[in-house]
Ligand binder design. Structure first.
Ligand SMILES: [Zn+2]
Length: 201
């Protein structure tokens, strides 16, 4: 007799949730069972999921998320210093830096970091759009705000060579950044200090 398991639709749902980042098999199972038992309460969740791809997309300039039909409040703000671009790995890093209050320039989201082991090459990142931005606008300095882990350092080093060849000053977050960590492990005050203590590459 085969071992007892959940009905196939339930197994498929658990498999889908288990594939999401940060969820192990037990949490995936618990979450799906809760959804199943919660009846009509999941409708707002289903609505939000359905709307996500229709209503939210990445700004073609900086790569941060904007609502469909709206202008990017960062790229279109006259208060931001367009001479300065801060390059980050992920859109969430933009919010972290904004909350630190230390940066008033523009951002550029790479969408990841170079990682040969995971087959992430320069073509997989938003590097060409960054070079296009530099050529189209009067950017004077690019701050590389990748994490200080091996991939973050490799990405910063690769970008540094490319960007200096474009004739812009390049600097890197320094002071206070934990060795081997991404921006998600850093509190706002440390980020503020790291931005002000950036070193020229
Ligand atoms: Zn933007």
């Amino acid at each position: 007799m085969p071992a007892l398991d959940y009905p196939p639709p339930l197994q498929r749902m658990i498999a889908q949730v288990k594939a999401l980042p940060g969820l192990g098999p037990r949490s995936a199972e618990r979450l799906v069972l809760w959804l199943l038992q919660s009846g009509g309460r999941i409708e707002p969740l289903v609505d939000a999921l359905e709307n996500l791809h229709h209503r939210v997309h990445a700004c073609p300039e900086c790569g941060f998320y904007i609502e469909q039909g709206q202008d990017c409040s960062l790229c279109h703000s006259p208060k931001r210093d367009a001479c300065l671009i801060c390059v980050v790995e992920q859109a969430a890093d933009v919010l972290r830096l904004e909350r630190s209050g230390a940066f008033t320039g523009l951002y550029h989201v790479l969408g990841g970091k170079l990682s040969p082991l995971d087959n992430v090459t320069p073509e997989d990142l938003r590097i060409q759009p960054l070079l296009d931005r530099l050529r189209a606008a009067a950017v004077q300095e690019v701050i590389l705000a990748m994490g200080s882990d091996v991939e973050g350092e490799a990405t910063a080093s690769y970008l540094s060579d490319l960007l200096r060849a474009e004739g812009v000053a390049v600097s890197r977050l320094a002071q206070g950044m934990p060795a081997g960590g991404g921006l998600d492990h850093v509190d706002e005050l440390t980020l503020y200090q790291a931005l002000h203590g950036r070193r020229r590459l």
